[in-house]
Design a protein around this ligand. Sequence first.
Ligand SMILES: Cc1cc2nc3c(=O)[nH]c(=O)nc-3n(C[C@H](O)[C@H](O)[C@H](O)COP(=O)(O)OP(=O)(O)OC[C@H]3O[C@@H](n4cnc5c(N)ncnc54)[C@H](O)[C@@H]3O)c2cc1C
Length: 365
Amino acid sequence: MFFDVTIIGAGVVGLSIAKFCSEQGYSVVVLEQESRAGEGISSRNSGVIHAGIYYPENSFKTKFCVSGNELLYEYANQKRINHKKIGKYIIASHKNDIEKLHKIYNQGIKNLVEVDLFSNRKMKEIYPDLKIEEAIFSPNTGIIDVPELISALEGDIQHNGGLISFNTNFIAAEKIEHGFKIICNDGSSYEIDTRYLVNASGLYSDMISQKIDVLDEGHFSSVKYAKGHYFKYNGNHPFTTLVYPLANEFSSGLHVGFDLSGQIRFGPDITWVDEIDFSFDESLKSTFVESIKKYWPQIDSAKLHPDYVGIRPKLQSFNETMKDFSIKSFRDHGVDGLINIQGVESPGVTSCLSIGKHVLNLIKS
Ligand SMILES: Cc1cc2nc3c(=O)[nH]c(=O)nc-3n(C[C@H](O)[C@H](O)[C@H](O)COP(=O)(O)OP(=O)(O)OC[C@H]3O[C@@H](n4cnc5c(N)ncnc54)[C@H](O)[C@@H]3O)c2cc1C
Protein backbone atom coordinates (compact mmCIF):
# COMPACT_ATOMS: atom_id res chain seq x y z
CA MET A 1 0.00 0.00 0.00
CA PHE A 2 1.35 3.44 -0.87
CA PHE A 3 0.02 6.88 0.13
CA ASP A 4 1.53 10.27 -0.71
CA VAL A 5 0.73 11.53 2.80
CA THR A 6 0.23 9.54 6.01
CA ILE A 7 -1.07 11.46 9.01
CA ILE A 8 -1.02 10.07 12.55
CA GLY A 9 -4.05 11.34 14.49
CA ALA A 10 -7.63 12.20 13.56
CA GLY A 11 -8.02 15.25 15.78
CA VAL A 12 -8.87 18.66 14.33
CA VAL A 13 -5.22 19.20 13.35
CA GLY A 14 -4.64 15.89 11.53
CA LEU A 15 -8.04 16.10 9.83
CA SER A 16 -7.43 19.68 8.64
CA ILE A 17 -4.09 18.66 7.16
CA ALA A 18 -5.77 15.68 5.47
CA LYS A 19 -8.52 17.93 4.08
CA PHE A 20 -6.09 20.36 2.41
CA CYS A 21 -3.73 17.65 1.14
CA SER A 22 -6.55 15.53 -0.30
CA GLU A 23 -8.04 18.63 -1.97
CA GLN A 24 -4.75 19.04 -3.83
CA GLY A 25 -4.91 15.51 -5.21
CA TYR A 26 -2.46 13.84 -2.82
CA SER A 27 -3.47 10.33 -1.77
CA VAL A 28 -3.96 10.57 2.00
CA VAL A 29 -4.49 8.21 4.91
CA VAL A 30 -5.15 9.26 8.50
CA LEU A 31 -4.28 6.63 11.13
CA GLU A 32 -6.40 6.86 14.26
CA GLN A 33 -6.08 4.53 17.23
CA GLU A 34 -9.63 5.21 18.48
CA SER A 35 -12.87 4.07 16.84
CA ARG A 36 -13.93 7.68 16.09
CA ALA A 37 -12.28 10.95 15.17
CA GLY A 38 -11.69 13.67 17.77
CA GLU A 39 -11.57 11.41 20.80
CA GLY A 40 -8.34 13.01 22.06
CA ILE A 41 -7.88 16.68 22.93
CA SER A 42 -10.30 17.76 20.21
CA SER A 43 -13.42 16.62 22.03
CA ARG A 44 -12.43 17.96 25.45
CA ASN A 45 -12.01 21.70 25.17
CA SER A 46 -13.93 24.98 25.46
CA GLY A 47 -14.98 25.14 21.81
CA VAL A 48 -14.04 28.81 21.64
CA ILE A 49 -13.07 30.46 18.37
CA HIS A 50 -10.34 32.70 19.73
CA ALA A 51 -9.31 36.03 18.22
CA GLY A 52 -5.54 35.82 18.88
CA ILE A 53 -5.06 38.52 21.52
CA TYR A 54 -2.67 37.05 24.07
CA TYR A 55 0.39 35.64 22.33
CA PRO A 56 3.49 37.41 20.98
CA GLU A 57 2.89 38.90 17.54
CA ASN A 58 5.51 36.77 15.77
CA SER A 59 4.43 33.43 17.26
CA PHE A 60 2.73 30.55 15.44
CA LYS A 61 -0.05 30.84 18.04
CA THR A 62 -0.86 34.37 16.93
CA LYS A 63 -0.30 33.78 13.23
CA PHE A 64 -2.46 30.64 13.04
CA CYS A 65 -5.11 31.88 15.49
CA VAL A 66 -5.68 35.21 13.72
CA SER A 67 -5.88 33.67 10.24
CA GLY A 68 -7.60 30.53 11.60
CA ASN A 69 -10.35 32.62 13.22
CA GLU A 70 -11.34 34.00 9.82
CA LEU A 71 -10.98 30.65 8.04
CA LEU A 72 -13.03 28.84 10.69
CA TYR A 73 -15.96 31.30 10.56
CA GLU A 74 -15.90 31.03 6.76
CA TYR A 75 -15.80 27.21 6.87
CA ALA A 76 -18.51 27.05 9.55
CA ASN A 77 -20.78 29.24 7.40
CA GLN A 78 -20.04 27.22 4.28
CA LYS A 79 -20.69 23.86 6.01
CA ARG A 80 -23.52 25.12 8.25
CA ILE A 81 -21.60 24.12 11.35
CA ASN A 82 -23.35 25.44 14.44
CA HIS A 83 -21.40 28.46 15.73
CA LYS A 84 -22.01 31.87 17.24
CA LYS A 85 -19.88 35.01 17.32
CA ILE A 86 -20.94 35.90 20.87
CA GLY A 87 -17.93 38.03 21.84
CA LYS A 88 -15.76 37.91 24.92
CA TYR A 89 -14.86 40.21 27.79
CA ILE A 90 -11.47 39.82 29.42
CA ILE A 91 -12.03 41.35 32.83
CA ALA A 92 -9.97 42.85 35.63
CA SER A 93 -11.90 42.46 38.89
CA HIS A 94 -9.24 44.05 41.03
CA LYS A 95 -7.46 47.39 40.60
CA ASN A 96 -4.07 45.61 40.79
CA ASP A 97 -4.94 43.81 37.56
CA ILE A 98 -5.52 46.85 35.39
CA GLU A 99 -1.89 47.13 34.30
CA LYS A 100 -1.95 43.46 33.25
CA LEU A 101 -5.21 44.04 31.37
CA HIS A 102 -3.67 46.98 29.47
CA LYS A 103 -0.69 44.81 28.52
CA ILE A 104 -3.07 42.26 27.01
CA TYR A 105 -4.95 45.07 25.22
CA ASN A 106 -1.66 46.38 23.75
CA GLN A 107 -0.73 42.86 22.65
CA GLY A 108 -4.10 42.56 20.91
CA ILE A 109 -3.44 45.84 19.07
CA LYS A 110 0.05 44.61 18.06
CA ASN A 111 -1.53 41.39 16.77
CA LEU A 112 -3.94 43.50 14.65
CA VAL A 113 -6.92 42.02 16.48
CA GLU A 114 -10.06 44.08 17.06
CA VAL A 115 -10.20 44.94 20.79
CA ASP A 116 -11.95 47.71 22.76
CA LEU A 117 -11.35 48.89 26.31
CA PHE A 118 -14.48 49.27 28.46
CA SER A 119 -14.56 51.34 31.67
CA ASN A 120 -15.92 50.29 35.04
CA ARG A 121 -19.03 52.49 34.43
CA LYS A 122 -19.73 50.91 31.05
CA MET A 123 -19.28 47.39 32.44
CA LYS A 124 -21.73 48.20 35.28
CA GLU A 125 -24.36 48.85 32.61
CA ILE A 126 -23.55 45.62 30.74
CA TYR A 127 -22.97 43.32 33.70
CA PRO A 128 -24.44 44.98 36.85
CA ASP A 129 -24.06 41.72 38.83
CA LEU A 130 -20.37 41.26 38.12
CA LYS A 131 -17.40 42.87 39.82
CA ILE A 132 -15.40 44.42 36.99
CA GLU A 133 -12.93 47.30 37.24
CA GLU A 134 -12.17 47.42 33.52
CA ALA A 135 -12.53 45.06 30.56
CA ILE A 136 -11.33 44.33 27.04
CA PHE A 137 -14.06 43.44 24.58
CA SER A 138 -13.23 41.08 21.71
CA PRO A 139 -16.13 41.07 19.22
CA ASN A 140 -14.64 38.34 17.00
CA THR A 141 -14.43 35.65 19.68
CA GLY A 142 -17.13 33.00 19.37
CA ILE A 143 -18.07 29.40 19.98
CA ILE A 144 -18.30 26.43 17.63
CA ASP A 145 -19.72 22.93 17.80
CA VAL A 146 -16.44 20.98 17.59
CA PRO A 147 -18.03 17.54 16.89
CA GLU A 148 -19.80 19.12 13.88
CA LEU A 149 -16.49 20.63 12.74
CA ILE A 150 -14.89 17.18 12.98
CA SER A 151 -17.71 15.62 10.93
CA ALA A 152 -17.40 18.30 8.26
CA LEU A 153 -13.65 17.71 7.96
CA GLU A 154 -14.17 13.95 7.75
CA GLY A 155 -16.77 14.50 5.03
CA ASP A 156 -14.37 16.65 3.00
CA ILE A 157 -11.54 14.12 3.28
CA GLN A 158 -13.76 11.26 2.18
CA HIS A 159 -15.23 13.35 -0.65
CA ASN A 160 -11.67 13.98 -1.87
CA GLY A 161 -10.88 10.24 -1.83
CA GLY A 162 -8.88 10.34 1.42
CA LEU A 163 -9.00 7.50 3.92
CA ILE A 164 -9.42 7.63 7.69
CA SER A 165 -8.37 4.33 9.20
CA PHE A 166 -9.92 3.90 12.67
CA ASN A 167 -8.80 1.42 15.34
CA THR A 168 -5.39 1.65 13.72
CA ASN A 169 -2.31 2.13 15.81
CA PHE A 170 0.83 3.71 14.42
CA ILE A 171 3.62 1.45 15.69
CA ALA A 172 6.83 2.69 14.04
CA ALA A 173 8.32 4.37 10.97
CA GLU A 174 11.54 3.53 9.21
CA LYS A 175 13.18 5.86 6.70
CA ILE A 176 13.45 4.49 3.17
CA GLU A 177 14.53 6.19 -0.01
CA HIS A 178 11.95 8.91 -0.86
CA GLY A 179 9.78 8.33 2.17
CA PHE A 180 8.96 6.01 5.03
CA LYS A 181 7.89 2.46 5.70
CA ILE A 182 5.23 2.56 8.39
CA ILE A 183 4.13 -0.29 10.59
CA CYS A 184 0.53 -0.11 11.82
CA ASN A 185 -1.72 -2.43 13.70
CA ASP A 186 -5.50 -2.73 13.42
CA GLY A 187 -5.66 -6.11 15.11
CA SER A 188 -3.00 -7.45 12.84
CA SER A 189 0.20 -5.80 11.81
CA TYR A 190 0.74 -4.39 8.29
CA GLU A 191 2.95 -1.92 6.42
CA ILE A 192 2.35 1.24 4.44
CA ASP A 193 4.84 3.08 2.27
CA THR A 194 4.47 6.83 2.21
CA ARG A 195 6.26 9.86 0.78
CA TYR A 196 5.30 12.27 3.60
CA LEU A 197 4.68 11.43 7.26
CA VAL A 198 2.86 13.88 9.55
CA ASN A 199 2.84 13.37 13.31
CA ALA A 200 -0.38 15.04 14.56
CA SER A 201 -0.90 12.78 17.55
CA GLY A 202 -1.48 15.50 20.16
CA LEU A 203 -0.83 14.20 23.69
CA TYR A 204 1.21 11.30 22.29
CA SER A 205 3.48 13.31 19.99
CA ASP A 206 6.65 12.61 21.98
CA MET A 207 6.02 8.85 22.13
CA ILE A 208 5.33 8.81 18.38
CA SER A 209 8.49 10.88 17.71
CA GLN A 210 10.52 8.22 19.49
CA LYS A 211 9.20 5.62 17.07
CA ILE A 212 10.48 7.40 13.96
CA ASP A 213 13.88 5.77 13.56
CA VAL A 214 15.77 8.69 12.01
CA LEU A 215 14.47 11.48 14.25
CA ASP A 216 17.12 12.50 16.79
CA GLU A 217 16.06 13.02 20.42
CA GLY A 218 17.23 16.64 20.21
CA HIS A 219 14.60 17.42 17.58
CA PHE A 220 11.48 16.78 19.62
CA SER A 221 10.27 17.63 23.12
CA SER A 222 8.70 15.67 25.92
CA VAL A 223 5.02 16.51 26.46
CA LYS A 224 3.82 17.70 29.87
CA TYR A 225 0.17 17.25 30.76
CA ALA A 226 -1.93 20.07 32.19
CA LYS A 227 -5.41 18.90 33.04
CA GLY A 228 -8.35 21.30 32.87
CA HIS A 229 -11.61 20.62 34.75
CA TYR A 230 -14.98 22.10 33.79
CA PHE A 231 -17.98 22.56 36.08
CA LYS A 232 -21.35 23.28 34.50
CA TYR A 233 -23.83 25.68 36.11
CA ASN A 234 -27.49 24.62 36.16
CA GLY A 235 -29.32 27.80 37.08
CA ASN A 236 -30.02 31.43 36.27
CA HIS A 237 -27.00 33.51 35.45
CA PRO A 238 -26.23 36.94 34.06
CA PHE A 239 -23.87 35.89 31.23
CA THR A 240 -24.56 36.61 27.56
CA THR A 241 -20.94 36.56 26.36
CA LEU A 242 -17.80 34.67 27.22
CA VAL A 243 -16.13 36.19 30.29
CA TYR A 244 -12.43 35.62 30.96
CA PRO A 245 -11.11 36.86 34.31
CA LEU A 246 -7.37 37.30 34.64
CA ALA A 247 -5.41 34.77 36.62
CA ASN A 248 -3.70 36.50 39.55
CA GLU A 249 -2.85 36.13 43.22
CA PHE A 250 -6.56 36.48 44.10
CA SER A 251 -8.10 34.12 41.58
CA SER A 252 -7.18 31.31 39.23
CA GLY A 253 -9.04 33.07 36.41
CA LEU A 254 -11.75 30.52 35.63
CA HIS A 255 -13.56 31.43 32.44
CA VAL A 256 -17.27 31.42 31.70
CA GLY A 257 -17.92 29.37 28.59
CA PHE A 258 -21.03 28.34 26.72
CA ASP A 259 -22.07 25.48 24.55
CA LEU A 260 -24.38 26.22 21.65
CA SER A 261 -27.48 25.25 23.63
CA GLY A 262 -26.74 28.07 26.07
CA GLN A 263 -25.49 25.82 28.91
CA ILE A 264 -22.75 27.67 30.80
CA ARG A 265 -19.70 26.14 32.36
CA PHE A 266 -16.69 27.37 34.28
CA GLY A 267 -13.13 26.33 33.62
CA PRO A 268 -10.69 25.00 32.73
CA ASP A 269 -8.36 25.15 35.72
CA ILE A 270 -4.76 23.98 35.42
CA THR A 271 -3.82 20.80 37.28
CA TRP A 272 -0.45 19.36 36.26
CA VAL A 273 -0.50 15.55 36.03
CA ASP A 274 2.05 12.87 35.17
CA GLU A 275 -0.22 10.64 33.11
CA ILE A 276 -2.99 10.90 30.52
CA ASP A 277 -5.95 10.34 32.80
CA PHE A 278 -9.39 11.91 32.29
CA SER A 279 -10.72 11.33 35.82
CA PHE A 280 -12.51 14.27 37.46
CA ASP A 281 -11.36 15.70 40.79
CA GLU A 282 -14.63 16.82 42.43
CA SER A 283 -12.78 18.22 45.42
CA LEU A 284 -11.85 21.21 43.24
CA LYS A 285 -15.38 22.57 43.56
CA SER A 286 -14.64 24.82 46.54
CA THR A 287 -11.63 26.36 44.74
CA PHE A 288 -13.84 27.00 41.72
CA VAL A 289 -16.55 28.67 43.82
CA GLU A 290 -14.02 30.85 45.62
CA SER A 291 -12.44 31.93 42.36
CA ILE A 292 -15.74 32.64 40.57
CA LYS A 293 -17.02 34.67 43.56
CA LYS A 294 -14.24 37.21 42.92
CA TYR A 295 -16.18 38.41 39.89
CA TRP A 296 -19.67 36.90 40.38
CA PRO A 297 -20.40 37.16 44.11
CA GLN A 298 -23.97 35.77 43.80
CA ILE A 299 -23.00 32.36 42.39
CA ASP A 300 -25.06 29.60 44.01
CA SER A 301 -22.55 26.84 44.65
CA ALA A 302 -25.32 24.20 44.84
CA LYS A 303 -25.89 24.70 41.12
CA LEU A 304 -22.30 23.96 40.12
CA HIS A 305 -21.72 20.37 38.96
CA PRO A 306 -18.76 18.40 37.59
CA ASP A 307 -18.78 18.30 33.79
CA TYR A 308 -15.63 17.02 32.04
CA VAL A 309 -11.85 17.34 31.82
CA GLY A 310 -9.42 18.00 29.00
CA ILE A 311 -5.64 17.68 28.94
CA ARG A 312 -3.31 20.22 27.35
CA PRO A 313 -0.17 18.88 25.61
CA LYS A 314 2.28 21.44 26.95
CA LEU A 315 5.89 21.74 25.90
CA GLN A 316 6.74 23.80 28.98
CA SER A 317 6.70 22.72 32.63
CA PHE A 318 4.52 24.49 35.20
CA ASN A 319 7.28 26.95 36.13
CA GLU A 320 8.29 27.90 32.58
CA THR A 321 6.86 30.59 30.32
CA MET A 322 4.57 29.91 27.36
CA LYS A 323 6.00 27.81 24.53
CA ASP A 324 4.75 28.10 20.99
CA PHE A 325 3.21 25.42 18.75
CA SER A 326 6.07 23.36 17.33
CA ILE A 327 5.75 22.40 13.64
CA LYS A 328 9.06 21.04 12.42
CA SER A 329 10.00 20.03 8.91
CA PHE A 330 13.15 19.09 6.97
CA ARG A 331 14.85 22.45 7.53
CA ASP A 332 14.47 22.05 11.32
CA HIS A 333 15.27 18.36 11.87
CA GLY A 334 16.85 17.30 8.58
CA VAL A 335 14.49 14.36 7.94
CA ASP A 336 13.15 14.59 4.40
CA GLY A 337 9.36 14.18 4.23
CA LEU A 338 8.63 14.39 7.97
CA ILE A 339 6.40 17.04 9.54
CA ASN A 340 6.48 16.70 13.31
CA ILE A 341 3.82 18.64 15.22
CA GLN A 342 3.86 19.16 18.98
CA GLY A 343 2.39 21.38 21.66
CA VAL A 344 -0.84 22.28 19.88
CA GLU A 345 -2.78 23.37 22.93
CA SER A 346 -5.24 26.28 22.85
CA PRO A 347 -5.90 27.97 20.42
CA GLY A 348 -5.55 24.74 18.41
CA VAL A 349 -9.22 24.40 17.38
CA THR A 350 -9.23 27.98 16.12
CA SER A 351 -5.91 27.44 14.34
CA CYS A 352 -6.61 24.02 12.81
CA LEU A 353 -7.43 25.14 9.26
CA SER A 354 -4.46 27.53 9.17
CA ILE A 355 -2.16 24.78 10.44
CA GLY A 356 -3.60 22.50 7.74
CA LYS A 357 -2.76 25.04 5.03
CA HIS A 358 0.70 25.61 6.49
CA VAL A 359 1.52 21.90 6.50
CA LEU A 360 0.27 21.55 2.92
CA ASN A 361 2.68 24.36 1.95
CA LEU A 362 5.54 22.59 3.74
CA ILE A 363 4.73 19.42 1.77
CA LYS A 364 4.53 21.31 -1.53
CA SER A 365 7.78 23.24 -0.96
C1 LIG B 1 -8.91 22.13 28.37
C2 LIG B 1 -8.69 22.59 26.97
C3 LIG B 1 -9.41 23.67 26.46
C4 LIG B 1 -9.21 24.11 25.16
N1 LIG B 1 -9.98 25.11 24.66
C5 LIG B 1 -9.80 25.53 23.38
C6 LIG B 1 -10.62 26.54 22.83
O1 LIG B 1 -11.58 27.00 23.45
N2 LIG B 1 -10.34 26.98 21.58
C7 LIG B 1 -9.30 26.51 20.86
O2 LIG B 1 -9.07 27.01 19.75
N3 LIG B 1 -8.55 25.49 21.32
C8 LIG B 1 -8.78 24.98 22.56
N4 LIG B 1 -8.02 23.96 23.06
C9 LIG B 1 -6.98 23.37 22.23
C10 LIG B 1 -7.52 22.33 21.25
O3 LIG B 1 -8.50 21.50 21.83
C11 LIG B 1 -6.34 21.50 20.74
O4 LIG B 1 -5.31 22.35 20.31
C12 LIG B 1 -6.72 20.61 19.58
O5 LIG B 1 -7.89 19.89 19.85
C13 LIG B 1 -5.56 19.67 19.28
O6 LIG B 1 -5.97 18.79 18.26
P1 LIG B 1 -4.99 17.68 17.74
O7 LIG B 1 -5.58 17.18 16.49
O8 LIG B 1 -3.60 18.21 17.72
O9 LIG B 1 -4.97 16.58 18.90
P2 LIG B 1 -6.02 15.41 19.23
O10 LIG B 1 -7.41 15.87 19.09
O11 LIG B 1 -5.63 14.85 20.56
O12 LIG B 1 -5.75 14.34 18.10
C14 LIG B 1 -4.65 13.47 18.13
C15 LIG B 1 -5.13 12.10 17.76
O13 LIG B 1 -4.01 11.22 17.62
C16 LIG B 1 -4.45 9.92 17.96
N5 LIG B 1 -3.27 9.08 18.22
C17 LIG B 1 -2.36 9.23 19.20
N6 LIG B 1 -1.44 8.23 19.14
C18 LIG B 1 -1.78 7.45 18.10
C19 LIG B 1 -1.22 6.26 17.51
N7 LIG B 1 -0.12 5.65 18.01
N8 LIG B 1 -1.82 5.72 16.43
C20 LIG B 1 -2.95 6.29 15.89
N9 LIG B 1 -3.52 7.41 16.43
C21 LIG B 1 -2.94 7.98 17.49
C22 LIG B 1 -5.28 10.20 19.21
O14 LIG B 1 -6.16 9.12 19.49
C23 LIG B 1 -6.02 11.47 18.83
O15 LIG B 1 -7.30 11.22 18.29
C24 LIG B 1 -8.23 23.48 24.35
C25 LIG B 1 -7.52 22.39 24.85
C26 LIG B 1 -7.76 21.93 26.14
C27 LIG B 1 -7.04 20.72 26.64
